[in-house]
Design a protein around this ligand. Structure first.
Ligand code: TYM
Length: 332
């Protein structure tokens, strides 16, 4: 079976619909076809200031949500990044073959450091994509299911893997991004040309998996649509309606064409009303299951400990090969 690895940050109280449709849905699907490793990337969550108690809570809530949307610990390896020390260890090594200029060109770093002010940005924010490369390469992943915003980080990962292999001998699988075009960029409900994002979207622009379903339904009903009345799929001229159709299709398994046909002669209000119901019904069971997992934190922690052990069984040998190829003296 080909190998897959992906990660998600525990930086909010809830994941959002963009995370789910752009990435998590594919994580669930790939458990069936791949040897799958998924991690809650807590090391990545401390680059811009955080509250320790909140981070601990969010790490558990994140794991619970991943199980609730359908990850099955019998079918995949689910773990917390900091439980596997090899991530930080390989991160250092990869940092030593990354160019300063190369890292400076990462657009997410440029955006975030600009928002925070360059002097206040941490070095961790700068080296973030290098740690991400280490996450992926440790598992010899063939594929990495992510949304469009991660494409540049995956290109860096591929470059670093190839560079290391050339410099020190074949060590890493060069991974390919697995980005499903239709749902790779779910947009903000209030600003349909910007991506739905926990840091940049306003509360009304974002649907959280754990928010009150009635509130989520209201957000769909008040989503910004476009001028005109006809329901057609046109991302350039009607990004608001296109986003709603994308969400609708992804959540119901219907195609966009089917939906466009079904809404012929109807208005934006009809579309939003129906999608609001779909979203409500989608959120409810996820929330029930998340709460059930959170009701038993000891059991959840045990699942994560088992995941970490399975992860280390793969990450350990990769790091050992890296240390050997790079010329570190093996401990006697
Ligand atoms: P993060 O935590 O920001 O987001 C998790 C996943 O959700 C996707 N995503 C979206 N997809 C479609 N539309 C959106 N509006 C949207 N918003 C977010 C992201 O593309 C991502 O797949 N750097 C990563 C975390 C990471 C990682 C890794 C990923 C760390 N190590 C190794 C893959 C492999 C991040 O910040 O994702």
């Amino acid at each position: 079976r080909p190998r897959v690895l992906s990660g998600i940050q525990p930086t909010a109280d809830s994941f959002h619909l963009g995370n789910y449709l752009g990435a998590l849905r594919n994580w669930v699907a790939m458990q069936e076809t791949h040897d799958a490793f998924y991690c809650v990337v807590d090391l990545h969550a401390i680059t811009a200031g955080h509250d320790p108690a909140l981070l601990r809570k969010r790490t558990r809530v994140s794991a619970a949500q991943l199980l609730a949307v359908g990850l099955d610990p019998e079918r995949c390896t689910l773990f917390v990044q900091s439980h596997v020390p090899e991530h930080a260890q390989l991160g250092w090594v990869m940092g030593c073959i990354t160019g300063f200029g190369e890292a400076s060109r990462m657009t997410q770093f440029k955006d975030k450091s600009q928002r925070q002010g360059a002097d206040r940005s941490s070095v961790g924010l700068f080296t973030y994509p290098i740690l991400q490369a280490a996450d992926i390469l440790l598992y010899q992943a063939d594929a990495v299911p992510v949304g469009e915003d991660q494409r540049q980080h995956l290109e860096l990962t591929r470059d670093l893997a190839q560079r290391f292999n050339t410099m020190f001998g074949q060590t890493f699988t060069v991974p390919a991004p697995h980005i499903i075009r239709d749902t790779a960029k779910i947009t903000d409900l209030q600003e349909p040309t910007a991506k739905m994002s926990k840091s940049a979207s306003t509360a009304n622009g974002l649907i959280e998996l754990l928010e009150d379903p009635a509130k989520a339904a209201k957000k769909i009903k008040s989503a910004v649509t476009d001028t005109g009345r006809e329901i057609v799929f046109d991302q350039e001229h009607k990004p608001g309606v296109a986003n709603l159709l994308t969400i609708y299709a992804a959540l119901t398994g219907r195609t966009i064409e089917e939906l466009v046909d079904a809404y012929e002669g109807k208005g934006y209000g009809d579309l939003k009303k129906d999608l609001a119901e779909v979203v409500k019904e989608f959120l409810r069971p996820i929330q029930e299951r998340t709460n059930a997992y959170l009701d038993d934190p000891a059991q959840l922690d045990k699942l994560l400990a088992i995941g970490a052990e399975k992860a280390r069984a793969v990450a350990g040998p990769t790091l050992k090969a890296v240390y050997d190829h790079i010329g570190f003296l093996a401990p006697g």
